[in-house]
Design a protein around this ligand. Structure first.
Ligand SMILES: Cc1cc2nc3c(=O)[nH]c(=O)nc-3n(C[C@H](O)[C@H](O)[C@H](O)COP(=O)(O)OP(=O)(O)OC[C@H]3O[C@@H](n4cnc5c(N)ncnc54)[C@H](O)[C@@H]3O)c2cc1C
Length: 338
């Protein structure tokens, strides 16, 4: 007999919730997460307080290639159902505006809620689980997942590894790869900013610069916010104990605490900037390496085209290496560098 009925890969909001529902239906469920903790994206959601539902959620608020999907999903599980769950766990909340409900405390309360519900439903949660490969045995109708914790077998497999955004929180293209492996149709992810900025500024270097600034700001801002919100409680107590002025608290406590996160954000946004610049040149036609690739492709200069692609890849590696070195140098004192 198989050890598991269901294996869910990815313990974000979707994976945790799916595992809970399967567990409640009496299935033996294993939830695998490659991060050291579950729900990292939930932790930063809603500015750290998690906007866990909206009173006025309805299918018209969703944009989807399949508009009927959210109709059935929302009919089966309504905002009222989630509010009841939040109240069952004694989590205090408030309405901010336009029906948005946030925790009064922190988003961690929602993660704890999901973990408690998982435990109650008999779900086994395993972190630090690396899934290398997924295969289907057509005859036995079973799935096998090759992981760093051995080969795991189940009759159902759920991929809940999320989208591509914020790799620093664990996002991967795993879901896309598995979908491709099983021949499933994928809605292409398109760079939404490029056409808009192209329309506003034309195919110019200015357009590429604006894209780079807007596109990479998020990767820097999010880790910075996360770092600032996760100052060690002891450090806050010391600041309070010494009655530090606000300016000194920011300079001596907040900035050093956030520094490792800012450094990581800088490293990620440097690589994203490069990708965006090349993408803008490639799609938008602004002068540069990306544009050169496009011109060589159109003129059938294949060796030159590949040469430029190799230069782009090397540039990416160099930027990442340089930023990693800078990070090690600037935050030598941080435990993350030891
Ligand atoms: C800054 C920010 C604020 C937000 N605020 C809100 C909000 O207030 N309210 C709201 O409703 N939504 C909010 N969102 C959106 C919401 O956070 C996401 O839609 C939601 O968390 C997505 O959940 P998910 O489970 O689909 O994906 P994810 O949360 O990305 O979970 C996927 C999980 O899979 C894991 N994983 C990936 N690859 C593998 C692998 N190969 N093996 C094992 N595990 C893997 C990842 O580590 C991750 O834990 C916010 C998003 C951001 C970025």
């Amino acid at each position: 007999m198989l050890e598991w009925d269901v294996i869910v890969i990815g313990a974000g909001a979707a994976g945790l919730f799916c595992a809970i529902q399967a567990g409640k239906r009496g299935r033996r469920v294993l939830l695998l997460e490659h991060n050291e903790a579950v729900g990292k994206k939930i932790r930063i959601s809603g500015g750290g307080r998690c906007n866990f539902t909206n009173l006025w959620t309805n299918p018209d608020n969703f944009i989807s290639a399949n508009p009927h999907f959210c109709k059935s999903a929302l009919a089966r599980y309504t905002p009222t159902d989630f509010i009841a769950l939040v109240e069952k766990h004694g989590i205090a909340y408030h309405e901010k505006k336009l029906g948005q409900l946030f925790c009064n405390g922190s988003a961690q309360q929602i993660i704890d809620l999901l973990l408690k519900e998982s435990a109650a439903a008999g779900v086994e949660v395993r972190c630090n689980a690396q899934v290398h490969e997924v295969l289907k045995d057509q005859e036995a109708e079973t799935f096998s997942a090759a992981t760093n914790q051995g080969n795991l077998l189940s009759s159902s497999l759920v991929i809940a590894t999320g989208g591509l955004s914020i790799a620093s929180l664990g996002a991967t293209d795993f879901g896309y790869r598995i979908a491709r492996q099983f021949g499933l149709k994928i809605e292409a992810a398109t760079p939404a900013l490029v056409p808009l900025v192209l329309l506003m500024f034309g195919a110019t270097e200015r357009m590429a610069l604006i894209l780079v600034i807007f596109g990479s700001a998020g990767s820097l801002l999010l880790p910075t916010m996360y770092g600032a919100q996760h100052v060690e409680p002891q450090a806050r107590d010391v600041a309070r104990g010494y009655r530090l002025r606000r300016r000194d608290t920011v300079w001596h406590i907040l900035v050093p605490s956030a520094m490792p996160f800012i450094a990581t954000g800088l490293r990620i946004s440097a690589t994203i900037s490069l990708l965006l610049a090349i993408g803008a040149e490639l799609i938008g036609g602004a002068p540069g390496l990306g544009n050169q690739i496009s011109i060589d492709q159109q003129n059938n200069h294949i060796p030159q085209m590949y040469a430029y692609i190799v230069v782009c890849a090397a540039l990416g590696a160099v930027v990442n290496l340089a930023m990693a070195r800078l990070e090690r140098r600037v935050i030598r004192w941080s435990p993350s560098q030891r």
